[in-house]
Design a protein around this ligand. Structure first.
Ligand SMILES: [Zn+2]
Ligand SMILES: [Zn+2]
Length: 266
């Protein structure tokens, strides 16, 4: 069985990620329009018909913008927790009840043959989850919005072969930038987003030969650049004397277009 991962879009203007094999796939979040999802999937040779469902992390608009149209036009089931459904529906989203699937927390469920587990993360939405997905012998963890890495989330992140984790802002750029004080405080808080140094330090702690792909996600447009994200991680790893094993790949996910397909199993 093949296994491919592709980020269609990552960041505050919209998040959507694809994971699939040669038969079918799933999406994680629908933060861009249905038209863009369809267009981006086509650009990587994936048909919408092969998508079996969409997993939703939380109710922020950059994760659910396209959800209503995506589920309606494609009669697609969407999977998230009871609390997150309540928070999505309270925003006057009209999701057909046929598409609503409630999932448990920290208990396995299946979509498209993948074993999936949702786990809680700390973020400033009514509830936010990350996903740990097992596909054959590969494990994928996706955590795009979190203020810090709590004890519950850490083991799911450590177990990943492919990890999508946010590296949202450069600490210096945020402090010196134009955002109002309250917004800077929110972003930096334990329920906001992860800064480059936070993410890099955590990765330096957990990196092992098991972790073959690190995808740095949700990079801020105003308080970060892809170059600084990469530089910070490389510097942190070198300060700790960590040398990548030659098989490990680091990708900085694009904000508004698909990033190269990662072929986990060829
Ligand atoms: Zn977000
Ligand atoms: Zn968010």
């Amino acid at each position: 069985m093949k296994l491919n991962f592709c980020s269609l879009s990552s960041g505050s203007s919209g998040n959507c990620y694809y994971l699939g094999n040669e038969f079918h796939g799933i999406l994680i979040d629908a933060g861009i329009s249905e038209t863009s999802i369809r267009k981006f999937l086509r650009s990587i040779d994936i048909s919408m018909q092969s998508i079996m469902g969409v997993l939703i992390t939380h109710n922020h608009i950059d994760h659910i913008r396209g959800l209503e149209v995506l589920t309606r036009k494609n009669t697609l089931p969407a999977f998230t927790t009871h609390n997150i459904w309540e928070s999505i529906l309270s925003l006057k989203n009209k999701i057909s009840s046929n598409s609503i699937r409630e999932i448990p927390i920290q208990e396995k469920f299946q979509v498209a043959g993948f074993d999936i587990e949702a786990f809680p993360v700390c973020h400033d939405a009514p509830e936010t989850i990350g996903f740990h997905i097992c596909a054959g012998e590969k494990k994928i963890t996706i955590v795009t919005d979190l203020g810090h890495i709590c004890r519950t989330a850490a083991p799911y992140i450590k177990a990943a072969n492919l990890l999508v984790i946010e590296s949202n802002y450069d600490e210096q750029m945020l402090v010196n930038g134009k955002y109002p004080h309250f917004l800077k405080a929110r972003i930096q808080s334990d329920h906001g987003h992860l800064g480059n140094h936070q993410t890099s330090a955590f990765l330096a702690d957990i990196i092992s030969d098991n972790l073959s792909n690190i995808c740095l996600a949700h990079v801020s447009k105003n308080n970060n650049t892809p170059e600084i994200v990469l530089q910070t991680l490389q510097q942190t790893l070198s300060e700790r004397g960590i040398i990548l094993n030659g098989q490990q790949r680091i990708s900085i996910l694009n904000r508004n277009m698909p990033t190269n397909m990662i072929r986990l199993i060829e």
